[in-house]
Design a protein around this ligand. Structure first.
Ligand SMILES: *Cc1c(COP(=O)(O)O)cnc(C)c1O
Ligand SMILES: [Zn+2]
Length: 370
């Protein structure tokens, strides 16, 4: 049986535990040694479950799945160079979050959880609501009042109990943590099973790069579920001896709300952080990410960097993607804006990024003048 372990004080917990933080305050991790038997993997269907020996689930015959495909990775010519973009908007609920939900909800159904709570700015909520609906688990999704109407609709249609919280994203998180004192906290950034689902994105990038590692991966960052998941995936591959080096990870934040950018670059103007302004990139508008320390640590290990982009640069990138035929949501254009900002891409080598969310999710917020 896989257990949970505190990375700070090494305290251990059963994987059925209801607590989501160690008494020492740290978030928990799953203890699990991932394996990658390539000969077996290549004979299985083209879904994230082909890497089952790398997932912390005891019985993958009992998984909760909505048919997660191995998403295509497409070469796109940007103004400053050629990049490969993984089409995560093609996941069942329209974002990469489905990888995390599928693994986390599979685990929760296996251990008999019947009710969960989650806080989200939209996509994680919609994804967890979908997998809970499929698994017959009751779910409470807390969202900031200002979330895109189509994301709210998506959450409600799947039968989740939607709780709109006035104020910012932090107020929403705190309201959910209160409820998490009595209901299982199925968090997309605090629950290690979720992060261990997101890591399949790294495995697919590895396979789609000819079982090799790209030089740099550029990712939008808010709470860090995407970055931490991808980092977990490449760390697993390295620990298993399946790769011999790590890619660089480059995080991109919206300048309007950029605590990680400030921490990484040791900027002292905290007003920027404490009074985060509204941004078109609603999916990553997190002013106090719980995993900030871990994100900074990961950026160090992966020889990373963190840059920020203005709403104007995001809108430019969004327009560019739309005009190239990729209907993505504004938050998904953040990484493209970031890559554009890197300038000449030659020193970065082979660059990979993802389209993190589908445009149909937030039609109202894409109403720039096209
Ligand atoms: C969740 C999400 C991200 C990444 O946000 P994290 O909070 O860092 O995981 C990026 N883009 C979209 C569209 C998202 O839904
Ligand atoms: Zn601890």
């Amino acid at each position: 049986m896989t257990g949970l372990v505190c990375p700070r004080c090494r305290n251990q917990f059963a994987s059925t535990t209801m607590i989501w933080r160690c008494p020492c305050g740290s978030l928990l991790d799953v203890s699990h040694a991932a394996m990658f038997p390539i000969e077996a993997i290549v004979q299985r269907p083209m879904t994230m479950w082909r890497y089952r020996e790398a997932l912390p689930l005891n019985n993958t015959a009992l998984i909760v799945s909505l048919g997660e495909p191995m998403t295509p990775i497409i070469e796109v010519q940007l103004r400053n160079g050629l990049v490969r973009i993984k089409q995560e908007q093609l996941m069942p609920t329209g974002s990469f979050k489905d990888r995390g939900s599928a693994v986390m909800i599979s685990h929760l159904r296996a251990i008999g959880i019947t009710s969960v709570v989650e806080d989200s700015s939209g996509n994680a909520g919609a994804s967890i609501a979908a997998y809970c609906a499929n698994a017959g688990i009751e779910c409470h999704i807390f969202v900031p009042e200002a979330t895109s109407p189509s994301k709210l609709k998506q959450i409600q249609c799947m039968g989740a109990r939607l709780v709109k919280i006035p104020g910012n994203r932090m107020d929403t998180a705190e309201a959910a943590w209160k409820m998490a004192e009595r209901i299982y906290y199925a968090s997309h950034y605090a629950n290690p099973f979720f992060i261990h689902g997101i890591k399949t994105l790294a495995f697919e990038i590895w396979e789609q790069s000819g079982w090799d590692v790209p030089d740099a991966i550029v990712l939008p960052v808010g709470n860090g579920s995407l970055l931490l998941g991808v980092a977990q995936g490449f760390s697993d591959l390295l620990n298993a001896g399946s790769i011999s080096r790590l890619p660089r990870l480059i995080a991109v934040q919206a300048a309007q709300c950029s605590p990680i950018y400030h921490a990484w670059n040791q900027l002292t103007d905290r007003s920027q952080i404490e009074h985060s302004r509204k941004t078109i990139a609603e999916g990553i508008a997190i002013s106090q990410p719980l995993c900030q320390e871990k994100i900074i640590q990961v950026l160090r290990i992966f020889q990373g960097d963190c840059i920020s982009v203005s709403d104007e640069e995001i809108t430019d990138a969004l327009r560019f993607c739309h005009r190239a035929g990729f209907y993505i949501e504004p938050t998904a254009a953040v990484s493209i804006a970031g890559i554009t900002k890197l300038g000449n891409l030659d020193p970065y080598g082979r660059v990979v990024t993802v389209f993190s969310g589908h445009g149909l999710k937030s039609v109202e917020s894409s109403n720039y003048s096209p």
